[in-house]
Design a protein around this ligand. Structure first.
Ligand SMILES: Nc1ncnc2c1ncn2[C@@H]1O[C@H](COP(=O)(O)OP(=O)(O)OP(=O)(O)O)[C@@H](O)[C@H]1O
Length: 273
């Protein structure tokens, strides 16, 4: 089934792990060519949501579509999505360049085009001199850069980024933010999860705050700060702290045993989306 809708759409998207509700009936839409800033405290369900949207974990309930294709149809969404998870899925025994070539071949990129893109990305992220060293000798930031290039190499329509500036020095972080802005200028959609609110403030067209698996507020950054019955100088941090302040705990009912995990969470390396 193909739906002629937004870049991302979810309806009552739910994930339970045993009795715990990690994502609780999430309804959201993300328009093409926008940045959606996905915020929430630790354990709110952000990663679980992204894993469902990239078809790495099967929803317990509800549905989601990428570019109108259901996430249950892995083959249909595969080319449309790129994913940088918290732990970049790279092989220690490969060099950075080999890792990217391996990934490019998995995505059926023509060799000449692939090599041109890899050269350009390595150059942009100051990785050219280290490209032929094994990843086991890379710093955290260098691994992060390779993971990010891998998520973008096939120029996917919708990119999911989990803490994309994690471990990066200020110059590399700035490059990432500029890349994200350029992506949306070119019509790509970016779903961005980060705890760095200044990044969201700078880039996001729409911000959604998840709390205990529920979307507790959503809107343009300026709208959200205005809703705080605007004292002068209200920031996104004030909004975040306010909407995630102690709420009545949502007691999860007994749910079916989860059997939908399609990959082992600890095995980030096979998580190539
Ligand atoms: N594979 C799993 N098995 C059992 N529980 C899980 C699993 N994955 C996530 N959870 C639980 O689901 C809830 C949401 O976790 P998730 O990793 O999605 O949160 P998050 O918002 O990404 O947090 P953080 O900001 O710390 O990365 C947490 O309570 C977590 O313990």
């Amino acid at each position: 089934m193909t739906r002629d809708t937004d870049a991302i759409e979810t309806q009552s998207l739910t994930k339970r792990f045993g009795n715990e509700v990690a994502v609780d009936g999430l309804d959201l839409t993300v328009a093409h060519g926008t940045v959606y800033g996905f915020l929430g405290p630790n354990g709110a369900g952000k990663t679980t949501t992204m894993r469902m949207l990239t078809s790495l974990t099967r929803p317990t309930d509800g549905q989601a579509w990428i570019d109108g294709n259901p996430v249950s149809d892995r083959d249909a969404i595969r080319e449309s999505i790129g994913y940088l998870p918290e732990e970049p899925p790279v092989f220690d025994e490969l060099t950075g360049r080999e890792q990217l070539e391996y990934f490019g071949r998995l995505r059926d990129l023509p060799a000449v085009e692939m090599n041109t893109r890899i050269t350009n990305w390595l150059d942009l992220f100051d990785l050219t001199d280290d490209a032929d060293k094994r990843i086991e000798d890379y710093s955290k930031g260098m691994r992060q850069k390779v993971g990010l290039i891998q998520a973008l190499l096939h120029e996917p329509d919708v990119v999911f980024l989990d803490e994309p500036t994690s471990g990066l020095d200020p110059r590399a972080a700035r490059t990432v933010l500029d890349v994200i802005a350029e992506l949306t200028d070119d019509g790509h959609t970016v779903f961005l999860s980060t705890h760095i609110l200044s990044v969201v403030e700078e880039l996001a067209d729409v911000v959604g705050v998840l709390y205990e698996g529920n979307l507790v507020t959503e809107g343009a950054p300026a709208e959200l700060t205005a809703r705080m019955e605007a004292e002068e100088g209200t920031t996104l941090e004030d909004v975040f702290l306010s909407v995630t302040a102690e709420r009545e705990s949502i007691a999860p009912g007994p749910g079916p045993e989860d059997t939908g995990d399609m990959t082992d969470r600890s095995n980030a390396r096979v998580d190539d989306r």
